[in-house]
Design a protein. Structure first.
Length: 79
């Protein structure tokens, strides 16, 4: 992968709350590998995803959740 990308993972259960800052000109993408969690007010389950623009991605209310967050450039370059 030849991109300016960041990948974050986390395990969430209970009252854990995290905010991921996605910078200007970038896109955020949340993927739930297992469990359940709320991302920016949207309830997500296994296999669900959420795409966002710049700003914060708030993750909370996890129930045995394994979550992957991608921080990607808004326009991918073809290298």
């Amino acid at each position: 992968m030849h991109q300016d990308a960041f990948v974050y993972t986390g395990l969430f259960d209970g009252e854990t709350r995290v905010e991921c800052r996605i910078g200007e000109g970038r896109l955020g993408y949340v993927h739930v590998a297992r469990g359940h969690i709320t991302a920016n007010g949207h309830a997500l389950g296994p296999g669900d995803a959420l795409k966002s623009g710049s700003g914060d991605i708030a993750l909370s209310g996890g129930r045995s959740a394994e979550v992957i967050v991608f921080d990607l450039p808004e326009e991918a370059s073809a290298e």
